[in-house]
Design a protein around this ligand. Sequence first.
Ligand code: BMA
Length: 332
Amino acid sequence: MKKHPHPILVAEQVPFNADKPKSCVFNAGVAKVNGEYLMVFRNDYQHVQRAQFSGTNLGLARSPDGIHWTVDPEPILTTEIIREQWADLFPARLMPAEIRRVYDPRISIFDDEIVFCLAMDTNHGVVGAIARTSDWKHYECLSITTPDNRNMVLFPEKVNGQYIRLERPFPIYGRGKPEAFEIWSSRSKDLRYWGDTRLVLGSEEVPYSNCKIGPAAPPIKTDKGWLCTIHAVEKVEADLYAWHDNWKKIYHGGLILLDLEDPSKVIGIAKEPLIRPELPHEVEGFRGSVIFPCGMILEDDGEVKIYYGSADTCVGLATASLDELLDMIEPI
Ligand code: BMA
């Protein structure tokens, strides 16, 4: 993988929340539509100077080449917008406070419409949401999961007549080990009703993870299978660089290959991390040593662009040829 030495999106490029004591842009979904690159990124900001962030927006950036980005003047999605447009998802007596924030968008294009997967924090748990928009103003909620679930990504096309998603529930009861969450998949005929849920990959099968893993960017189709990025967490003893105390998790980007006909079946895995935190902007930030891919584009010439949240602070870009990535895969 070849990394761009500097982040390709930083908070200083964002026209909103620039006045806040801290503002971060990271975990961005990316799609290419009629030659233009679109990025929906997460923007966490503080109202006042203190350790924790107090608000999260989603912003939209556009680029002619996937490298140089211009950010739209206003956020496209805020907690307030979602509280207003999705009020009927929750009992009226609990709204609007029930929805606390939406974040970590992964975007897909179906029939010229943008379909997002989002994580949504509510007072009754974290849910995965799937939403559709055609104007960046109105967001139709197609489905939400039960808690606790997030990191959902959609496959770019139906497989055997069904939409497929990867997801990462995080159950805390009923298992021998704490905080070891894994990747599951579900299918749907219409993006609304999901079922046929299967366990895809256990965290213990990923050599560079000792706790949790999750789906990263929407997969791309290759002759050999569905190429999927994951994030994989390695807990360490020592404190890592962060803007708060007690940060002890390294997030690596990883790669797996899923069966073309049955994408709930893993057929290969890269035994080494695909993207490790190494560069200054990857190891130092709000949470240092975090690589969190949410976007992947296959170009016509076979180059693959992988966009990742870097240290929960900015957006990084790594590139490789498709052949290079497939060569990393070993049968599981
Ligand atoms: C995960 C998610 C991500 C975040 C990562 C590192 O659990 O919350 O949004 O980037 O932790 O903080």
